[in-house]
Design a protein around this ligand. Sequence first.
Ligand code: PLP
Length: 392
Amino acid sequence: MKVNQNYSKLKENYLFSTISNKVSEFKQSNPNENIIYMGIGDVTKPLCNAVIDGLKKAVCEMSCEETFKGYGPYQGYDFLRQAVSDYYAEHGVKLQLDEIFISDGAKSDCGNILDIFGNNQNVIIPDPVYPVYVDTNIMNGNNINFINATEQNGFLPLPDKNIKADIIYICSPNNPTGAAYNNVQLKEWVDYANENNAIILYDSAYEAFITDQDLPRSIFEIENSRTCAIEICSLSKTAGFTGTRCGFTIIPKELKRDSVSINSMWLRRQTTKFNGVAYIIQCGAAAVFTKSGRKQINEALSYYKTNANIIGECMDEMGIWYTGGENSPYIWLKCPNNMDSWKFFDLLLNKIHVVGTPGAGFGKNGEGFFRLTAFGNHEDTIEAMKRLKTII
Ligand code: PLP
């Protein structure tokens, strides 16, 4: 018996455990200090009423023989796929229902999608990055080429013609940097992918935070993307589904490699290894796309966006370079005075009792940068920025 030896190549990620240890130590010696947490990547607002009503109605249906549901369709119920399709149509993207696969969230599909690609793929991953892309590719034994996201390119790297890629990860708006690609930049990636016969895995988990009407919310707004891209999206940050679990993956019918339809392969994979998302959850998810659902989720999104503006304005006032904030719940700032990111973390914790996330935890290019999130409450966000101004 042999285990997957690739697992031994995984690096332990000490980022959040180190943060938690440092905070615990601080609390022990300073029990009366009011700590403000701005490192959280999880939402804090509850599910909206429309979603709760959708969930309740579905629970009642499950209690009655006439309306009870057993196994559902593998790709998700039509009512939810239709709602997703209508949502995309608002941005000019036409999708057929069988191009949409309802999932239990973006993380699982980000990892599972590699099942349908062969091993030893050449993969392009930006650095810094959401760590799941890196670890899932190490598990599969793929060859990772990191491309540099830096202050110089605004943390939005473009294709390097010298790198031959099979799979390309793009996350826009980005976690951790908050930077979002525009149409022209994404077109460069689409052209590069089509020329190289590569596939773009486009993570749009934060698309709902885009406020700039000129920025694309989906890779499928870009010409010729249907022959080279898969989009993975989630309701986690859009509608507070982090603990409820629902998302969707879009694979166009035109996407083929070795004359095989990638959509058919993914369907085959899902019908074999996945029995769908709970009916109750899909009813809650469909409520997100109703008129009242949209209005209510927008209230929570606006709340987070206001926090992001408060942080962004404070950075502007202090002359600190940053990306994100405008179209993202993340503000990625350059640590003042060339401080390294852990030193800045310690300074913030010890002097003003604010907790953020050191950029170094997301890759080597994250060194010297720091992530603040907008998922806290207004009062804390305002207070944290006030405190920050006292030390910088
Ligand atoms: N993709 C990115 C870029 C994320 O930051 C996250 C969560 O933080 C996810 C995917 C995971 O989303 P889900 O909760 O749908 O699994």
